[in-house]
Design a protein around this ligand. Structure first.
Ligand code: NAP
Length: 252
């Protein structure tokens, strides 16, 4: 492996943090691992290795960055719903001739006992809600509350890591600030305490946020599940181990 090997991880997820650790352990000091964060969260969980923060400036900016920094490979470990940076990575890596892998945690799938309504986007989720319940547990990002502001007859408990910008939310909203992972006991207690009768979530996949689905199943609470955007073309891996194996020949 060349001492100049340098990997860019597009991060902002638990997988990105775990990958930086796994790569550091697998390839040692001969590999420079840079994780890029969008800078949305004030107190992010910081990965091992180097960190850069903030947008690149679209496809041209990311292409320039890859060339100037001599990046040997890119792992797109961003959230499954972060569609713009994923599309930018496809285009920029093609332009710069840099191999790219999408680390895509598997989507959640319904199991017996689940009552899911799958919808294509947040607006469709909002439109469906009044027919399903009146006390909704909303687990979407702080910038994604707007489709739910005008939903008639529904009260919302919206859980997020950081609160939305002050003002602008109707009295039907209660903001619950918390960072996962959450246990099944915690989630069941939350649903019972707030008498939640419908859950709204994006199909993020992964273990850290899955307990709410088991809690909803146990309490027979329907789930409005927002489907993922399509996966990008090209190489993909479901987990850390497969990603490390994909990188081995590139770094040799
Ligand atoms: P997005 O809509 O796909 O990206 C919007 C813009 O933010 C991109 O064009 C890029 O700016 C910048 N950006 C996004 N991720 C970046 C990264 N890792 N490093 C540098 N710049 C980045 O993304 P988003 O949905 O707002 O998500 C932002 C970040 O939060 C992502 O890193 C994602 O992993 C994390 N996150 C997202 C969600 C979600 O539900 N969307 C949930 C949890 C965590 P330029 O065009 O200027 O480069």
């Amino acid at each position: 492996m060349s001492t100049a090997a340098k990997i860019l991880i597009l991060g902002g997820t638990g997988e990105a943090v775990a990958l930086a650790k796994a790569l550091t352990e697998a390839f040692g000091a001969g590999l420079t691992v840079v994780t890029s964060l969008a800078g949305r969260t004030k107190t992010p969980t910081l990965p091992l290795g180097e960190i850069r923060v903030g947008g690149f400036g679209g496809v041209p900016g990311l292409t320039r960055y890859l060339r100037e920094e001599g990046i040997d490979a890119v792992v797109d470990a961003t959230h499954p719903f972060a569609a713009r940076i994923t599309a930018n990575a496809v285009a920029a890596c093609a332009a710069a001739g840099v191999p790219r892998l999408r680390l895509d945690r598997p989507a959640w799938k319904p199991v017996p006992g689940d009552d899911w309504r799958q919808v294509p986007d947040l607006q469709a989720a909002a439109a469906l809600l009044p027919a399903l319940g009146s006390r909704a547990f909303l687990t979407v990002g702080s910038s994604e509350l707007w489709p739910f502001k005008e939903v008639p007859g529904v009260w919302f408990w919206a859980r997020m890591i950081e609160p939305p910008a002050a003002g602008g939310l109707p009295e039907t909203f209660t903001i619950v600030q918390a960072r996962g992972p959450f246990s099944l006991d915690d989630e069941e207690a939350f649903l019972r305490r707030n008498r939640i009768d419908v859950l709204v979530t994006k199909n993020s996949g992964g273990d850290a946020a899955a307990a709410k689905l088991a809690a909803a199943r146990g309490l027979r609470v329907p789930v409005v599940m927002v489907d993922r955007p399509p996966s990008p073309p090209g190489d993909g891996a479901p987990g850390i181990a497969e990603t490390v194996e994909w990188l081995r020949p590139i770094l040799r």
